[in-house]
Design a protein. Structure first.
Length: 394
C-alpha cells in the first residue's frame, strides 16, 4: 500500500496508460456484452477500482473533482469501461459508509474488490434472528459479471412485516445470481444485468439505513480525506457524468482530426475544415462540451468543499448540483449529435468508433439521476421557495 495515495496527475497518467487496451478491446467487449478479461485486468492493475476505496484498505480516497478527471479519461478509450469503473467505484464508496465489521468483510482481504450495486429498494425483506431474509430483483446492475459484492436497496421491515425504513444491504456474489437482461443500443459492455436473491440472509451489520445519509449523517470513517463525508445524493449523481465528459471530448477530437482530409459530399469543399458552416458547428460543439465540464466541475467542487468543512450543502446548492449535472448531460449529448451531423454518415459505419461513442453517450445520458428536466424542476422549485419534494437524490 502506498504511504500516500497517488496525486491527481499520477492517477490521470495511470488512466491514460489503460487507454490503448480499452480501445483495442472495445469492439469485442461490446459484442460479448461484458468487458473482456484483458480490459478488466488493465483497469485493475492501474488501480482504477481503488479510486474511492479507503486508504487503510489500499485505496486512494480520490476527491470527487479528481475522480471526474480520471474516470472521464477512461472514456476516451471506451465509454462502457469508464462507466463500469465509475459505477463500481461509486458502489465502493457506498460500501465504505457501512459499519467497520462490514467494511472488513468486503475490503479486508488485501485486494480491491469490485463492488456493483443498485440503490432502488426493489425487494422484500423478512426480519429474522440477527438480520434480514432478502428476496429481490435489481435491474441495471452495471458490472454484474465482474463484481465480488453488491450493495442493494432494501425495505427495512419490523417483526410484523411492516416497512418501517429504507436501507442498503451488502451481499456477496456467492449469495446472488445474475440474470442476463442487458440488451441495449449503447453501453452494451457494461453488463448492467439483473441481480436476483431468494431468501438470502443479510446480517444486521451489513444493513445501513438510508435516510440519515440524505440528511448528511454519515458514519465516521477512518479515511484520511473527507470524501466519505460527501453529501450522498449529490455525490452518487455527480460521478455519473464522468464518462459523458470523456465521450464528448473523444467525439470532438475525432471529428476535428479528420476534418482536414474529409470532403463535404455534394459541395465544392474538398476539406471539411475549409467550410465556414463546419467551423461554426465545431465551435458550437466545443463550447457545449466546455460548458458541460464547467457545470460538472462546479457541482464536484461544491460537494468537495462541503465535505472538507464537514457539513451538508444547503438545499439550494444541492438542487443546483442536480441542475448542473442535467445541464452537463444535455450539453454533451447535443454537442455529440452536432458533431455526428457535420462529420457525415460515415460516422455511423460499424467500423467507425464514433458510432459507439454516440450510442454510449445517449444511453448513459438517460440515467435517472441526471435527467435534465428533473434537475431543472428541482432547481426551479428551490429558487422559487416551492417546498415540494421531487426526488430523494438531492
Amino acid at each position: 500500500m502506498d504511504a500516500v495515495p497517488p496525486a491527481a496527475d499520477e492517477l490521470e497518467e495511470r488512466a491514460r496508460r489503460v487507454l490503448p487496451i480499452l480501445e483495442r478491446e472495445a469492439a469485442q467487449s461490446e459484442r460479448e456484452r461484458r468487458l473482456t478479461d484483458d480490459a478488466v485486468k488493465a483497469l485493475t492493475e492501474e488501480g482504477m477500482f481503488r479510486l474511492l476505496l479507503p486508504h487503510r484498505y489500499g485505496g486512494y480516497e480520490t476527491p470527487l473533482r479528481t475522480f471526474l478527471d480520471v474516470a472521464s479519461t477512461l472514456a476516451e478509450g471506451d465509454g462502457a469501461s469508464a462507466w463500469l469503473a465509475t459505477i463500481c467505484n461509486s458502489c465502493t464508496w457506498m460500501a465504505s459508509l457501512f459499519p467497520e465489521r462490514a467494511r472488513e468483510e468486503v475490503f479486508g482481504t488485501g485486494t480491491a474488490p469490485i463492488v456493483s450495486g443498485v440503490v432502488a429498494p426493489t425487494a422484500r425483506t423478512r426480519r429474522v434472528d440477527g438480520g434480514f431474509s432478502v428476496t429481490g430483483r435489481w435491474n441495471y446492475n452495471s458490472g454484474s459479471w465482474h463484481a465480488d459484492w453488491a450493495v442493494v436497496g432494501i425495505p427495512i421491515t419490523d417483526a410484523a412485516g411492516e416497512v418501517v425504513d429504507q436501507g442498503m444491504a451488502l451481499v456477496p456474489a456467492s449469495d446472488y445470481t445474475v440474470e442476463d437482461t442487458w440488451f441495449t443500443a449503447g453501453m452494451r459492455a457494461t453488463g448492467s444485468n439483473t441481480l436476483v436473491t431468494e431468501e438470502v440472509f443479510v446480517p444486521d451489520h451489513r444493513v445501513l439505513r438510508v435516510p440519515p445519509l440524505f440528511d448528511g449523517t454519515h458514519p465516521v470513517d477512518e479515511g484520511r480525506t473527507p470524501v466519505y463525508r460527501s453529501s450522498f445524493g449529490p455525490f452518487v449523481s455527480t460521478v455519473v457524468v464522468a464518462p459523458l465528459l470523456g465521450l464528448g471530448r473523444t467525439a470532438l477530437a475525432s471529428v476535428t482530426r479528420q476534418a482536414a482530409d474529409k470532403a463535404i459530399a455534394f459541395t465544392f469543399f474538398d476539406r471539411q475544415a475549409d467550410s465556414v458552416s463546419f467551423q461554426v458547428a465545431v465551435a458550437e460543439a466545443a463550447l457545449r462540451i466546455d460548458t458541460a465540464h464547467l457545470h460538472a466541475y462546479r457541482a464536484a467542487d461544491a460537494i468537495d468543499r462541503a465535505a472538507a468543512q464537514n457539513r451538508l450543502p444547503d438545499h439550494l446548492t444541492r438542487a443546483r448540483v442536480r441542475a448542473d449535472l442535467g445541464y452537463a448531460v444535455e450539453n454533451t449529448t447535443s454537442a455529440i449529435n452536432t458533431l455526428m451531423y457535420v462529420h457525415g454518415s460515415g460516422g455511423f459505419a460499424e467500423a467507425n468508433p464514433l458510432q459507439r461513442v454516440w450510442r454510449d453517450a445517449n444511453v448513459a445520458a438517460r440515467h435517472a439521476v441526471v435527467q435534465p428536466s428533473i434537475g431543472k424542476e428541482i432547481y426551479g422549485k428551490a429558487l422559487l421557495g416551492v417546498d415540494e419534494k421531487v426526488s430523494p437524490m438531492v
